[in-house]
Write a protein that binds this ligand. Structure first.
Ligand code: FAD
Length: 510
């Protein structure tokens, strides 16, 4: 992966999840203050957005990231030969434009553009779509032969879904209610959302309704310039807003004080072996690791802890990155291709070890108009950590090679002759995601629905402790994570103002 602040000569290449981290030869916290108003742990889109909102509001904020790059899963890496690969830039809803305008800058928002093409190809159906309500309605009527009123009824029901509605209907039950026995329709509606947030037919219908409606409003969007340019622009904005940014800093512990009355309050963090004080801490690490590893179970009420331990993690991902040799090109196929050779759809099969379903994201020169024209293709599949975790090094390489061969064979069906143009192939597995993000089981999309109340209730357990990051399915993905960062930032802001008010009152009385 590309280095931003690395200052040591690269004598040896450290290969992520198999070799571990390259040893540090400098103190990344050399310029850190001894105390802050807020420490943000982790630079995913939720952590970055929270830090920016609070820096802009005038608080003294430090952001500590264990990786050498900022962005969390919103990341990229470079390889010799001019290759740049984006990890999670496949697409997000239009809402990201408003979020970036509000919490970042107009320039970032202006770089968000709609994808030109989305295609489905599987044994049940095959077509191009704009991925909007209008086009999906036409397809469901013209291709799938459904009644227009039935389809409109489904979309209206989704739009009316409210987060606070009491309902235990699952997405699968919702589909059966509107389109009974239509596995092909369920596939169209579910497959892309499973790729976007790891959810399944068994998750609450409300999570589906919110995420799917977000996409259906105007289609699928991307960031022109690539993830590297986005994170560069975000870092510049953070610096402008006075946020102190530190990479290669592992937070080992969130330090909590407990009063004789049993009141628990955040005091700061231990990071790279050093204590830094803070009035508030916002963790962008996984919610379960935040509670059990960073804070420690002893600081939580037992019933809360029990609920937290029961939070289910989402699955992980595999990706195959393919870079075309300089000077070679491919015609425009589509931007996002959902392909499968499985005759029918099940949620479980999307995670099959060496499965038959994958998405291809095509990165044409239009993605990085500022750079020399290059082509890259990234294949993504949902995956289970358990399927990958136990291989020894040799077996791991064998399975990765098989995944690469299968992926190239699948790609050749759409781009004949592409294999001869590809000069770099590399694979990420759930182990890779676990290594680079420290998320348990390499979860790509945080937690299931029950993770959201646990995240939101953290400050009730420990004063000054907040969380923002992929939880509850609806707070996952670029848009969900960034919005959740802003929501949590508002809570931190209110907390810090209340503290300042308390201190001023005490000073006035003495
Ligand atoms: C393969 C893949 C494809 C995806 N595609 C899309 C897509 O096309 N569109 C979309 O909208 N979303 C996509 N997503 C999901 C999206 O990228 C994530 O939901 C989102 O970026 C997560 O942001 P986050 O704020 O929750 O934190 P994360 O990105 O998970 O970042 C958390 C950060 O915390 C840091 N951290 C953890 N513990 C510590 C510690 N102790 N000390 C210091 N730092 C720590 C980690 O290093 C990491 O940088 C994809 C995800 C994956 C894996």
């Amino acid at each position: 992966m590309s280095d931003t602040n690395e200052i040591i000569p690269q004598k040896r290449y450290f290969k992520g999840s198999t070799d571990g981290k390259r040893p540090l030869h400098h103190d990344p916290l050399g310029k850190a203050r001894s105390d802050y108003d807020l420490i943000v742990i982790g630079s995913g889109l939720a952590g970055l957005t929270a830090a920016n909102v609070l820096g802009r509001a005038g608080h003294r904020v430090a952001l500590l990231e264990q990786h050498y790059n900022f962005g969390g899963l919103a990341t990229w890496f470079k390889r010799r030969g001019g290759h740049v690969f984006d990890i999670s830039l496949h697409g997000f809803p239009i809402g990201m434009k408003k979020t970036c305008r509000k919490y970042w800058t107009q320039a970032i928002a202006d770089s968000i553009v709609q994808l030109d093409g989305v295609r489905f190809d599987n044994p049940q159906f095959s077509f191009d779509t704009t991925f909007t309500r209008e086009d999906f309605t036409d397809k469901l009527v013209d291709v799938f032969g459904l009644e227009r009123a039935q389809v409109e009824g489904f979309f209206d029901a989704l739009r009316k879904m409210d987060f606070f509605d009491p309902s235990d209907e699952t997405t699968g039950e919702l589909f059966e209610r509107f389109f009974p026995g239509r596995n092909d329709v369920h596939r169209l509606l579910m497959e892309p959302i499973s790729y976007a947030n790891g959810s399944t037919l068994d998750d609450p219908a409300i999570t589906y309704g919110i995420v799917f409606s977000n996409f259906m409003s105007k289609g699928v969007y991307t960031f022109t310039g690539g993830t590297d340019q986005l994170i560069k622009a975000m870092k510049a904005e953070l610096v402008k807003n006075g946020v102190d940014l530190f990479n290669s800093v592992e937070v080992e512990r969130i330090v909590v004080d407990q009063s004789p009355m049993g009141e628990r309050r955040v005091r700061g963090v231990m990071a790279n072996g050093r204590f830094i004080a803070a009035k508030a801490v916002l963790s962008n690490a996984n919610i379960r690791s935040t509670i059990t590893d960073l804070v420690g179970p002893e600081h939580f009420e037992s019933d809360f802890l029990e609920r937290a331990r029961a939070v289910r993690l989402n699955t992980s991902s595999c990706q195959v990155y393919m870079g075309l040799r300089e000077g070679t090109e491919i015609p425009f196929i589509t931007d996002l291709l959902f392909t499968s050779t499985r005759p029918t759809f099940t949620s479980e099969a999307l995670c099959d070890f060496h499965g038959e379903s994958r998405t291809f994201s095509f990165y044409y020169p239009k993605v990085r108009p500022h750079a020399a024209p290059r082509y890259a293709i990234v294949s993504s599949t949902n995956a289970r950590f358990e399927d990958w975790k136990d291989f020894d090094r040799a077996a791991y390489e064998v399975e990765k090679s098989k995944l690469e061969r299968d992926t190239l064979a699948s790609l050749e069906r759409y781009v004949p002759g592409v294999a001869e143009k590809i000069e770099h192939v590399e694979t990420a597995t759930p182990r890779t995601f676990a290594f680079y993000t420290e998320h348990p089981a390499g979860t790509s999309f945080g937690t299931k629905f029950e993770g959201l109340p646990i995240s939101a209730e953290l400050p009730d357990q420990v004063g000054g402790l907040f969380h923002a990051g992929s939880v509850g399915i609806i707070m996952s993905g670029w848009l969900g994570a960034a919005n959740y960062g802003a929501i949590s930032a508002n809570k931190v802001d209110a907390f810090l103002h209340a503290l300042a008010h308390e201190a001023a009152s005490e000073a006035a009385q003495s």
